[in-house]
Design a binder for this molecule. Sequence first.
Ligand code: NAD
Length: 466
Amino acid sequence: MAGPETYDVVVIGGGPGGYTAAIRAAQLGLRAALVEKEEKLGGICLNWGCIPTKALLKQAELYRLFQRADEFGFTVGQVGFDWKKVIQRSRQVSERLSKGVEYLMKKNKVEVVHGRGRLLPGPKVEVRDGTVVNTLTARHIILATGSRPQTLPGVQLDGNQVITSREAMILAALPKSLAIIGAGAIGVEFAYFFNAFGTQVTLLEALPQILPREDEEVAGILTKSLAKQGIQIATGVQVSAVKIGAKEVEVRYRGKEGEVVLKAEKVLMAVGVVGNTEDLGLEALGVKTVKGAVEVNERQETNVKGICAIGDVAGPPQLAHVAAAEAVAAVEFIAGHQRAPIDRGSIPFCTYCQPQVASMGLSEAQAKKAGHQVKVGRFPFSASGKALASGESEGLVKLVFDAKFGELLGASIIGAEATELIAELGLAKHLEATYEELIHTIHAHPTLSEGVMEAAGEAFGLALNL
Ligand code: NAD
């Protein structure tokens, strides 16, 4: 390693939180180092999460679209796929982006130190790479160590028959059947993916609806759509045992129809993640943790001076874009900027199955619970010219407003490109926009985004195309 090992900022963890923090620090003229234990930069998001799964999901979407060729006037022979190539493409996309992060580190003169980082009193950071141990001194340390999949008590992940999303995205062969435990973003996305390619999928969720953090009405529409696509869905289930057999795995659960024994070739555990807080030296320095996450204030500071935490290790919502936003905020606070903490009220939540689901702010139920008198506007994509022209007329835009002031409180969208459409609503909420500002903003015709304008109008009796 060149130069003195003293930095303004040392970041532990090279995922979207960590590398963003290092870049922002360098931009602000701070000497930054990024410690990463894996060979590749980019963390789970780039290597084993957001990015490769989005490649796979696009492929699933295309495969399903090919099957609708006749509807669009095309004559094609039987459409098949090469599973190895399907997987390979997603790995290539990850590889390319990870190299992109390496380039960004070089461009910004961030020193990348490979090895496992651990806090030492000082505070300092010890980096262990095999037998080589380095000690880095820093004015500020940012913990960005991410999270890992959780399992259920008594259920062992063997990496072959009982797997996590990491193994699921590189399976050597398409499984005939798959039971997925947990219907959050991971469960639903993989259910869509494997079902599209022909696996018999059963999705089991403990809570009363799939995507439990989403609007009930939207989750209901998604449930019907996924069921129509062929996915078996059971909600309100209690899984009591997962038993690995020679060829199959047995999942025992209690559902609405009583005790069920489900057999599947593989089981995917998608019951959430837990922060990587272990073996970081937190206890020795007295860094407080709560429910498996490092406790932080609005400035991302822990209770120990000079140590911040960002991203999944700092608790929910465990999303790459939240990690990146926390990274920028943490570094700007370190640099003494006068800025607001991140706006947690307009964080977008996106699930990339088809139809896509995206939301931000309060759902109708949450807004009512928070004491708002609400006005709700809906616009179904079946009334959208662009949606019909594209053959994607499933779903709706649902907007929730405060009845008195007309302020946007939240949005839920289900349908094609929902994950892109939500950005406008995040901006609107961040700027405290009202329905009037949404309907006075001219939306291009024909676009799916007109649905946003129409839904805003519908809430106040001003829809034009319904
Ligand atoms: P999650 O917390 O979003 O969902 C876990 C689901 O498992 C919940 O619905 C929960 O009720 C259910 N569950 C818990 N225990 C259960 C049990 N015993 N039986 C049945 N169901 C049970 O977590 P996830 O889907 O594993 O994803 C992990 C993290 O990664 C989350 O923070 C998620 O937001 C994030 N992620 C985001 C995206 C995206 O933004 N598109 C994609 C993948 C993952």
